[in-house]
Design a protein around this ligand. Structure first.
Ligand SMILES: [Zn+2]
Length: 319
């Protein structure tokens, strides 16, 4: 029997305790260190953690693996306040409250929007355009500092726009130091010099001094911001913008894996495709679309992934 190794990099402290594949999705049961002490949100008193677990499995969307969606699964823990008996959810470090996708999934959404639009990104990830827009707004509202110890040598600044309903322009600062893994560092509203500066100023002075190159769209405002704030960096103009390149790679992988599921061909043609070629049965309302709807709705496990792993404790295949 053949075996396949999946490489997944994980945020600090998060471990995978089990893996289950279900059709075109990958499910990872994850755990993370729980606190010793908790402070109650209602009565504000601190106490030793009185931990309990909900009986349901929480399923959150994470990055794609081989062009297929992956999900993290866990039993949500909560602290029962010994003073007022309030049941306080313990939000895992890899996601924010009341969403069912990881922080790094949010960053990926922003990255994919560069050179694209919300409908296209929504289709590609199997989530709704509304979820894409909500994620961008959440990113804009977030003011998490960039790790001052991070070494950044190459940067990209791009604009993206959301066109549905209220038009929204956003400036995105991307770390291109490792060209194979561009990472979103900061986002700011607008697409002018001030927005570029707002992003760059999230780096410390010494971080900015270490930057060697920056890539920006032809737009002059970002060039001005970079020239002023990146004293030792040179502008690099290339026609094959890294972010666009990344989009192309993602598309290529997805097309290879299941071109017929992407809705690019007529449904009739897909029916003739043998199952092994596409990996999952050709169906327009496929699992991708289902997972999508769920990824956007708060705190509701994806029924499909839930079905794959009804009881996280009983998952086979420890890693
Ligand atoms: Zn309390």
């Amino acid at each position: 029997m053949a075996s396949v190794t999946i490489e997944v990099d994980l945020p600090d402290g998060v471990t995978i305790t089990a893996y289950e594949r279900h059709q075109d999705g990958h499910g990872f049961e994850v755990s993370w260190p729980l606190p010793q002490r908790c402070r109650c949100d209602r009565c504000h008193r601190e106490a030793d953690a009185h931990l309990e677990f909900k009986n349901t499995a929480q399923v959150v969307r994470d990055l794609d693996i081989w062009g297929q969606p992956s999900f993290w699964i866990y039993q949500p823990p909560f602290h029962r306040c010994p003073w007022c008996h309030y049941r306080q959810d313990l939000i895992p470090p890899f996601k924010r409250k009341e969403v069912s996708y990881t922080c790094r999934f949010e960053k990926q959404v922003v990255r994919l929007l560069i050179g694209s639009n919300e409908e296209e990104v929504a289709r590609r990830l199997g989530i709704s355009a509304e979820t894409v827009a909500r994620i961008v707004r959440q990113q804009l509202a977030e003011v998490k500092p960039i790790d001052p110890g991070r070494v950044v040598t190459d940067l990209g600044i791009d604009e993206l726009s959301l066109k549905k309903r209220h038009k929204l322009y956003v400036t995105v600062l991307t770390d291109l130091s490792n060209p194979e893994r561009p990472e979103v560092l900061a986002v700011a509203s607008g697409r002018d010099e001030a927005a570029g500066q707002a992003c760059l100023n999230r780096l410390t002075t010494s971080q900015r001094e270490q930057v060697k190159t920056y890539r920006v769209d032809m737009g002059a405002p970002y060039n001005k911001a970079c020239a002023a704030l990146l004293p030792n960096a040179k502008a690099v103009i290339d026609r094959f913008h890294v972010a666009k390149k990344f989009n192309e790679v993602v598309d290529a992988v997805r097309k290879k894996n299941h071109a017929r599921v992407q809705g690019e061909t007529a449904q009739g043609q897909a029916e003739g495709v043998p199952l092994p070629d596409v990996g999952i049965p050709p169906q327009p309302q496929g699992p991708v679309a289902q997972g999508a709807a769920e990824a956007g709705s708060p705190l509701r496990p994806d029924p499909r992934a839930g079905e794959a792993v009804p009881d996280p404790g009983a998952l086979p295949g420890d890693l």
